[in-house]
Unconditional design. Sequence first.
Length: 127
Amino acid sequence: MLVLVATAALVRFAGQVQALRERRAAGPSWSFPSRVYSDGLPLVPGRPLPPDYLEAHLERRGYRRANPPLGRPGTYAATPGGLEIFLRGFNDEPDPAGHGGPERVPIGLARGRLAWARRLAVPSRRS
């Protein structure tokens, strides 16, 4: 008899947990649009940065190889001695150096390390 009562209580509890999970997953807290931002890759001169690793990192984040000169954010191109990346950037929030929005960044690679990185001016779309 005790086993029967315990089984019934467990089934009732499992049903309540399932109902709670379904309500939370479909409730108002999940109806807002969202974006997921990945962790950045710091471009610090001297750090190990093999070209294959960098290209794989870019492709995982939706960057596509293109022919130079780069004309749109989210692309990259091989250059003699490195890569040029057209970063997407964030228009709403500048980075710690005060830059925001898309920008082109040529980088130099030597012996599997980042030799240098520069920011190139990109015309602002802000008014």
